[in-house]
Design a protein around this ligand. Structure first.
Ligand SMILES: [Fe+2]
Ligand SMILES: [Fe+2]
Length: 216
């Protein structure tokens, strides 16, 4: 049987796709919900300015998470299902967990919630998400590396990066902040030169200011 031309399957002599950016994004998601809950706990009830900054960063993180889930549900899982019959049940479970997290996202997006309720849901998200990402990294990432063409993966990552729109400066700096310096340099070197320059000139500084304001 011949392989359908339109399915971007990795050839036997082709390199595996580079999943570093995908894993760096996961690392940021793994870290921030828990530390947002801690920041809320430390926020004194009358400190409206700090609370607004924490809420703003929470909203940013929820947009980044929703964007990541959409890319997986609409692009990555359908491609993997077309390329292999392995792990169909795992992807069913991951999709169901995305819906489960949507319900938490909805609660976390409600305005002016009591801090204790918001912190409890941030911790619930931290737990749900870390278990979910463990499954993706242990069971799905090896399949991506084995079956998906590197060129498709690179194009998909470019499309995903672009579609962050106005969040791109913060998303880029936040993702790069979640990895060790050597990995950060590798990711920067692999990205477009314009992004590298913008990151070094302003995006990094703006992100560091945000981190100090929210978590400092
Ligand atoms: Fe996911
Ligand atoms: Fe993921």
């Amino acid at each position: 049987m011949t392989t359908p031309k339109l399915i971007p399957r990795r050839g036997a002599d082709e390199p595996a796709p580079d999943v570093s950016l995908f894993l760096a994004f996961h690392a940021g998601l793994r870290r921030d919900f828990g530390r947002l809950a801690d920041a809320l706990d430390r926020c004194t009830p009358g400190d409206a300015r700090r609370r607004a900054l924490i809420d703003e960063h929470t909203a940013f993180l929820l947009r980044a998470l929703h964007h990541h889930h959409s890319t997986e549900d609409e692009e990555i899982w359908p491609l993997l299902r077309a390329l292999t019959s392995e792990a169909g049940a795992v992807m069913d479970r991951l999709e169901a967990e995305h819906r489960q997290m949507d319900a938490v996202i909805e609660r976390l997006s409600q305005p002016r919630r009591p801090a204790a309720a918001q912190a409890a849901d941030l911790r619930a998200m931290h737990t749900l998400l870390n278990g979910h990402l463990d499954v993706e990294e242990q069971e799905i990432v090896p399949l991506i590396r084995r079956h998906v063409s590197a060129a498709w993966w690179e194009d998909s990552a470019k499309r995903a990066t672009k579609s962050h729109g106005r969040d791109l400066p913060l998303v880029a700096a936040w993702t790069l902040d979640s990895v060790l310096p050597a990995e950060r340099e590798k990711l920067l070197a692999a990205g477009p030169p314009a992004l590298r320059v913008l990151y070094r000139l302003s995006w990094r500084r703006a992100y560091e200011r945000r981190v100090m304001q929210v978590f400092g």
